[in-house]
Design a protein around this ligand. Structure first.
Ligand SMILES: [Zn+2]
Ligand SMILES: [Zn+2]
Length: 217
């Protein structure tokens, strides 16, 4: 078993993910499966003039269209224009994911009226509050939800086996330069470090909470 498989590298379909799945089997299955893409449509930031923007990502996986962290932006157009440029109407979005509950990552969820909202705890749609299995949940064929407490105790990350590598969408880091090393909001830095190591064991590319992506390998 490879280190990445041992760390829970998500498989392309539910039946092949998890322990004991060889890299070769994963690649073979990938050829047969629908592919997935990840695009950072709004690189987040934290500025001295009180401006805060969230890193917002678009994941396409088969029929699923997922928006991660539709939080603070200078205007709605910063979210909607990149989607329209790709032929995506707000009502087409099937899922909204929250890395955690701070307003800078959740503020604009209501732009997507048909989406099921997913957080560390559950899935929400209209007045439905539905359980999900939690850590390791295979949300769609190539997208897995991990519970990654650290920045807050209620953080989650998405691990996406995309065409061009394994992405982690996570607030375990804020910026492209992997700062702040010590998260001032973290209730327990040791827990955060454990989750960082877990993510780095599988990710090729990380999209942090407030910045451009960075490559791990
Ligand atoms: Zn936060
Ligand atoms: Zn944040």
């Amino acid at each position: 078993m490879t280190a990445r498989a041992a760390a829970g590298l998500p498989g392309p379909v539910r039946e092949t993910c998890g322990f004991g799945t060889s890299r070769t089997a994963l690649l073979t299955a990938d050829i047969l499966a629908t592919m997935a893409t990840v695009e950072l449509i709004h690189a987040g930031y934290i500025r001295d003039d009180s401006r805060v923007g969230s890193s917002i990502s678009l994941i396409r996986d088969g029929d699923a269209i997922i928006i991660a962290d539709p939080g603070l932006v200078a205007s709605h157009a910063r979210i909607l224009d990149p989607l329209r440029a790709r032929g995506i109407d707000p009502a087409d979005v099937t899922h909204v994911f929250f890395s955690h509950h701070h307003p800078d990552h959740t503020m604009n969820a209501a732009l997507f009226p048909e989406a099921e909202v997913v957080d560390f705890w559950a899935r929400y749609r209209n007045d439905l509050w539905l359980d999900h299995p939690g850590d390791g949940w295979q949300m769609t064929d190539h997208v897995q939800l991990w519970l990654t407490p650290g920045h807050t105790e209620e953080d989650a990350s998405l691990i996406v086996r995309a065409d061009d590598g394994v992405y982690a969408l996570t607030h375990l880091w804020w910026r492209q330069d992997r700062t702040p090393e010590v998260d001032p909001y973290a209730p327990d830095q040791a827990i955060l470090e454990t989750q960082r190591a877990r993510v780095l064991a599988v990710a090729d590319i990380v999209i942090p909470g407030h910045g451009e992506s960075f490559r791990v390998r």
